[in-house]
Design a protein around this ligand. Structure first.
Ligand code: T3D
Length: 258
């Protein structure tokens, strides 16, 4: 395959691999638009329960392909609205869990992509750099929204202003990733984790994502109302009946129907 996005599906896990390894998977328009389309296809495919985004080679994503910028017939604003913003909106709005599997360096918009997943798994050698200020740009692709919510305003500003590298231990400490795995077993660990997630109740996880995303910008009152509405949808679903039956029958619930 020589596509900029590789697609693979195993045990309900759709893995999308950014595939420009010679440039540390720097993002050109083809890669960004293809990734958005691939996410939409994963959403529409009922056999897909979890999506993994990772990178080919030693990098995760080095952000915007800087070879692609000069001579572009779009303003920066037009470009973001055409490429990065639809990607981040699609990813964050996906009704299925998305894992950012950060196998190597994640810089600029690549760092935004690394942070945007619902679950962030890192290889030991991965690092994240809010690198935009090195080329005198503003952090984009959702970084200005997400990073201060993760680490607070001041740490976010420092990371953005100095473009310091965050290694895996620091990322874990700061809450920028959930787990770190050895480089040698990273792909297997990611698949195993994703399969564990794929066995969970898909409808309940979809509603949980919706509730959490809404709550990030809502009041407590709104969140309570939202929980009450979404709980009805969860409680009416067969998954809930299966979970309760399994508990009573002292067996593992079966949330995947063939
Ligand atoms: O609308 C808009 O366009 C605005 C949107 C902006 C979003 C952004 O993401 S802005 C930020 C853009 N990204 C960067 O500024 C990062 C540039 N890359 C680096 O600073 C370094 O490559 C890294 C710190 C990420 C990794 O360093 P290192 O030493 O591990 O690798 P390297 O040797 O620098 O890179 C390996 C190759 O990848 C190299 O090619 P070569 O010399 O072997 O032929 C390098 O040029 C290429 N590469 C890395 N990043 C990019 C890239 N080529 C094009 N664009 C890149 N972003």
């Amino acid at each position: 395959q020589d596509s900029v996005i590789l697609h693979g599906t195993r045990a309900g896990v759709r893995t999308l691999t950014l595939n420009r390894p010679d440039k540390l998977n720097a993002a050109n328009d083809e890669l960004l638009l293809s990734l958005t389309t691939a996410l939409q296809a994963a959403e529409a495919d009922d056999t897909v329960r979890v999506v993994v985004i990772t990178g080919a080679g030693r990098g995760f994503c080095a952000g915007q392909d800087l070879g692609d910028v000069s001579g572009r017939n779009m303003t920066f604003t037009e470009h973001l609205n055409h490429t990065y913003n639809p990607l981040i909106r699609t990813l964050r709005g996906l009704n299925k869990p998305v894992i950012s599997a950060v196998n190597g360096v994640a810089a600029g918009a690549g760092a935004s992509l690394a942070l945007a997943g619902d679950i962030r798994l890192w290889a030991q050698s991965a690092r994240l750099i809010e690198i935009f200020s090195n080329i005198a740009l503003v952090p984009d692709s959702g970084s200005t929204w997400l990073l201060p919510r993760l680490v607070g305003y001041h740490r976010a500003f420092e990371l953005m202003a100095l473009a310091e590298r965050v290694d895996a231990a620091e990322a874990l400490r700061l809450g920028l990733c959930e787990h770190v795995y050895p480089d040698g077993t990273f792909a297997d660990e990611v698949q195993a984790y994703a399969e564990r997630l794929a066995a969970r109740p898909a409808n309940a996880l979809k509603l949980t994502k919706q509730a959490l995303n809404a709550a990030l910008t809502s009041t407590l009152d709104d969140a309570l109302d939202q929980e009450a509405a979404l709980q009805q949808l969860a409680g009416d679903h067969w998954e809930h009946r299966e979970g309760v039956s399994a508990f009573k029958e002292k067996r593992a619930p079966q949330f995947v129907r063939e």
